[in-house]
Unconditional design. Structure first.
Length: 270
């Protein structure tokens, strides 16, 4: 007998992810108010971790675990928990608390290897960006612990051929590990880099950027953002075009041609 259709996810998975994001944001903002007092440590990969990273990730996971005790979890700081076809992927604080208001909390739900829910909340700016597969992508305001004023996201038109794409290279070039610097230098020379008020992938989803490239990312960095961009009409993949899950360089584009052009530049010299 052929297998039946794959069960659809509970309709409130997105609502749960948003509730968890709001809970984590509230805790993160309390740490952010005293950011100069936080002790910083460096992990083996050179990235910075603080008490806030651990606490926010634990807070988010706790909210999700209370509602979905049978689901698996993968967190940047807290590692793997459980197993099964449904897995929540978390990054309590992406960007680390250093006084910059662009830090975000990232949450994704992966089912059978496919991301079906993605949330990126930027607490210090009072905005949350989110998507569910097949249901579109949105940005909304965070007011008094709730979400209001949702606006649909849509990528912009492909860039005109007579100008370079509006591009964000993440992290800032000065913070790029030495092993990634050659490819980033090639990309910066080929496009017009711009400042980014939130993660460049979110600006691609909003139609404000044509392209965003992140180097040195992991699955928790890319999982929610990849769905938000895709549901807004854009594309995501690794530097060879590989889909989720991606580790290393991630390319977010307003269309496949723009992403492919970026991958071509990144591949020079290999």
């Amino acid at each position: 007998m052929p297998p039946g259709p794959r069960p659809s996810p509970p309709s409130d998975d997105l609502d749960l992810a948003l509730r968890a994001a709001l809970s984590g944001a509230d805790l993160g903002l309390r740490y952010f108010a005293h950011v100069q007092e936080l002790a910083r440590e460096h992990k083996l990969d050179g990235s910075v971790v603080t008490e806030a990273d651990l606490a926010v990730e634990e807070q988010v996971r706790g909210v999700l675990l209370a509602a979905r005790p049978d689901d698996a979890f993968l967190g940047e700081e807290t590692g793997e928990l459980g197993g099964g076809r449904r897995r929540w992927i978390l990054d309590g604080i992406d960007g680390t608390l250093v006084g910059d208001d662009r830090w975000q909390t990232l949450i994704a739900l992966e089912e059978d290897g496919e991301v079906t829910v993605g949330v990126a909340i930027v607490p210090a700016q009072g905005q949350v960006w989110y998507a569910a597969r097949g249901r579109g992508a949105y940005v909304a305001d965070v007011v008094e612990g709730g979400v209001t004023g949702a606006r649909p996201l849509r990528v912009g038109p492909p860039p005109a051929s007579d100008r370079a794409s509006r591009t964000a290279v993440l992290p800032p070039v000065a913070m790029v590990p030495e092993r990634f610097r050659p490819e980033v230098d090639r990309l910066v020379a080929a496009v017009e880099p711009v400042d980014w008020r939130v993660h460049g992938a979110l600006l691609v989803a909003a139609g404000e950027l044509d392209l965003a490239v992140q180097v040195g990312g992991k699955v928790w960095d890319y999982a929610p953002l990849s769905l938000i961009v895709a549901e807004a009409g854009g594309v995501f993949g690794g530097d060879h075009g590989q889909p989720h899950p991606v580790t290393g360089t991630g390319v977010f584009g307003c269309d496949e041609a723009t992403a492919e052009a970026a991958r071509g530049v990144l591949g020079q010299g290999r």
